[in-house]
Design a protein around this ligand. Structure first.
Ligand code: PGA
Length: 234
């Protein structure tokens, strides 16, 4: 059983979400399916898929115009929240320390954080991939956690680019994350791979050791693209 999470980013509409939920209710899968949608769609209910947000504030409440708290997201019935996505790091300046604060907010409000780590192209070319991944895991996860979290390895240079690392590179990254999590007392934490996952590479990627599922951007927007990913693995 795998976890297949979609990240709609600033795309889609309520009618598109209702349509994909209806299409997904037709398929037979044991996999956990999550759709992380824009805030305006968080209130959507489905017994087949779980709904998640794409970011939350690191603050509990107060004068933070435009932000949304973990408590507000949780009150919609959403169960998950992506934290530390590459685009939030790039456009909002989120650091590992911000990610850790947001993850703490998520956990305090009963949301499962999907914490993203991964290297930029510059970091890859400088031979820093493994160091960035390990420090990401160590610095983004709050201490003393006793509830579920999910980690997503997303090589930032590959997101939306139609590029993926080699299977060996994905294996190295996921093995390092699993080892680091074990060292932190968090063995068994699911580790997703994300960046340019499509119907034609999903099964192969999910057959790699320590890949417990995928985080899918562009290919999660339409049933024709998303369902083949969900049904590509048992
Ligand atoms: P992509 O996005 O699948 O479109 O590369 C992945 C992500 O941003 O999580």
């Amino acid at each position: 059983m795998k976890i297949i999470a979609g990240n709609w980013k600033m795309n889609g509409s309520q009618s598109a979400l209702d349509k994909i939920i209806s299409d997904l209710s037709e398929i037979d899968t044991q996999n956990t399916v999550i759709l992380c949608v824009p805030y305006t769609m968080l209130n959507t209910k489905s017994d087949k898929i779980a709904i998640g947000a794409q970011d939350i504030s690191k603050h509990t409440s107060g004068a933070y115009t435009g932000e949304i708290s973990a408590q507000m997201v949780a009150s919609t019935g959403a169960k998950y929240v992506i934290i530390g996505h590459s685009e939030c790091r790039q456009y909002h300046g989120d650091t590992n320390s911000d990610v850790r604060e947001k993850a703490t907010q998520a956990l305090n409000n009963g949301l499962i954080p999907i914490i993203c780590v991964g290297e930029t192209m510059d970091e890859k070319q400088a031979g820093k991939t493994m160091a960035v991944i390990e420090s990401g895991v160590r610095e983004c996860i709050p201490s003393d956690i006793n509830t579920k979290i999910i980690i997503a390895y997303e090589p930032r240079w590959a997101i939306g680019a139609g590029l993926t690392p080699t299977s060996a590179e994905i294996a190295d990254a996921h093995n390092l994350i699993a080892k680091t999590l074990a060292d932190m007392g968090l063995s068994g934490t699911p580790i997703l791979y994300g960046a340019s996952v499509k119907g034609n590479n999903a099964a192969e990627i999910m057959s790699i050791s320590n890949v417990d599922g995928v985080l899918v951007g562009g290919a999660s927007l339409k049933s024709d693209d998303f369902i083949p990913i969900i049904t590509s693995v048992k």
